[in-house]
Design a protein around this ligand. Structure first.
Ligand SMILES: Nc1ncnc2c1ncn2[C@@H]1O[C@H](COP(=O)(O)OP(=O)(O)OP(=O)(O)O)[C@@H](O)[C@H]1O
Length: 278
């Protein structure tokens, strides 16, 4: 672990827990479940292997309410595996994994489903259904997950979400009519429409030109403030890391080896860390 400017995970500064502003306009989350200590994800000694391939050796992390953490690491280090464990898509072999104060391994099927509705997962592809219009793509999670049937309520939520990403006019278009950046925006709107408390982004700017990538990175920050989410963002895109990260963690060989702000890590004398910033 890097000693000079870079902090150990246990020493990461406690971020003050922000109280949600209690107005109809700003209180966007349906049900807040923030633990008293403000830690929305707590990972201790997490391990995960696939056969002989030990991918996660000892992962430790605390994500605080309102915080954006960027995870850097070379390909194949287990960054995606970590967030798939958090989202309940993969089961860890060992260790503690608490999401919104609940130990994931102790939850039954219904409780797991409930906690998953608090987590928004944006995959690399954005994964829109090509045969559905933008409106239908956004209504889908509302009807399926939240069981909303009222047409006016559906339209209101869809329009609000599209407005948040600056794409209200695209409501009746098909994904094939949209640019890569617009599809990413719709993917973001579709994830946020369920009002998650935690966002997990897996390479949100991959495949975009630098200007569009920057716009998406800025949008991630804007939406985090509007929807009061906390996020873990996996990226290889350093401008994205600089724009979105309150804190960066560097992953190597199945462990997080350093944490700090972008500027702190950029000054690191450790070549392994410093290489990301060149
Ligand atoms: N479901 C799975 N079954 C078997 N092996 C897997 C599975 N998921 C991931 N792995 C293996 O785990 C390792 C880490 O993969 P992961 O996708 O987490 O890497 P990553 O750090 O996100 O890489 P990248 O930056 O390229 O996306 C790889 O060796 C991968 O082959």
């Amino acid at each position: 672990m890097e000693q000079a400017t870079i902090k150990k995970f246990e020493d990461a500064p406690e971020k003050e827990t922000e109280q949600p502003k209690d107005t109809a306009e700003t209180k966007l989350q349906d049900t807040e479940q923030v633990p008293e200590d403000g830690v929305v994800i707590r990972i201790e000694h997490l391990k995960k292997s696939f056969g002989d391939n030990q991918v996660l050796k000892d992962i430790n992390l605390e994500l605080h309410k309102g915080e954006n953490i960027v995870v850097l690491g070379r390909s194949g280090q287990g960054k995606s595996v970590t967030i798939q464990c958090i989202a309940g898509l993969l089961e860890p072999d060992e260790g503690k994994l608490e999401v919104l104060g609940k130990e994931i391994s102790s939850l039954n099927e219904d409780e797991l489903k409930e906690i998953r509705t608090k987590i928004g997962f944006l995959f690399q592809s954005g994964a829109l259904y090509d045969s559905m219009t933008v409106r239908e793509n956004l209504e889908f999670p509302l009807t399926r997950v939240l069981q909303i049937k009222d047409k006016a309520e559906l339209t209101k939520r869809v329009e609000d979400a599209l407005d948040s990403v600056g794409l209200k006019d695209a409501i009746d278009k098909y994904p094939s009519d949209l640019s890569g950046g617009m599809r990413k925006r719709v993917g973001l709107a579709r994830t946020l429409i369920l009002r998650p408390q935690i966002m997990l982004y897996d390479e949100p700017t991959t495949g975009l030109d630098p200007i569009t990538a920057r716009e998406i990175s800025e949008l991630i920050v804007t939406l985090q403030e509007k929807y009061e989410t906390s996020a873990i963002i996996i990226t290889h895109d350093m401008p994205c890391a600089r724009i979105t990260a309150d804190r960066i963690v560097v992953m190597n060989d199945g462990e997080y080896i350093a944490t700090g702000t972008y500027d702190e890590l950029a000054k690191s004398p450790d070549e392994l860390i410093n290489n990301f910033f060149k």
